[in-house]
Ligand binder design. Sequence first.
Ligand SMILES: [Zn+2]
Ligand SMILES: [Zn+2]
Length: 174
Amino acid sequence: MRRLLIVPCGEIGAGLPGRLAGALPRLLPFEVTVGEALAVPAGAYHPRRRQYLASELLVELRRQAGGRPEPLLAVTDVDIFAPGLSFVFGLADRRAAAAVISLARLRPEFYGGKPDPALGEKRALKEAVHEAGHLLGLPHCQAPGCIMRFSSTVAETDAKGPGFCSACHRRVFP
Ligand SMILES: [Zn+2]
Ligand SMILES: [Zn+2]
């Protein structure tokens, strides 16, 4: 069994990371534990955009996690971006064995809607499965409903997963 370390990043509390750690092993071949919370890496902040560069955040968190050998999945509530995109819900770097998901744009209130923690968590679980799929080597997938579809809006996140299509499933559970 592979191992995955969920790392709370910033002031998000232990509740959601714990629930993700409970839910992920039903969808992925990972034994999941929750690590100590780490500070949001200040060096990844881009003041002009008021966002954190996801790739820099990952490198810094990997460094902060130091001796922990298992792949890590950081969960943060700061807004993150990647070059060429106005934001991303998450990012995975397989070589660094690190991934991150951001809760910032998964919450309905970001779009002016009523707070709905259950919906936010459902989306967070989907994004966590998606990034963990990348850590396992899966690329994006076009199959309708597959969790490995790229999503750039919460509507697209709501329309997929949390499970894999049969082709991706065979790659995750060979
Ligand atoms: Zn992706
Ligand atoms: Zn697929």
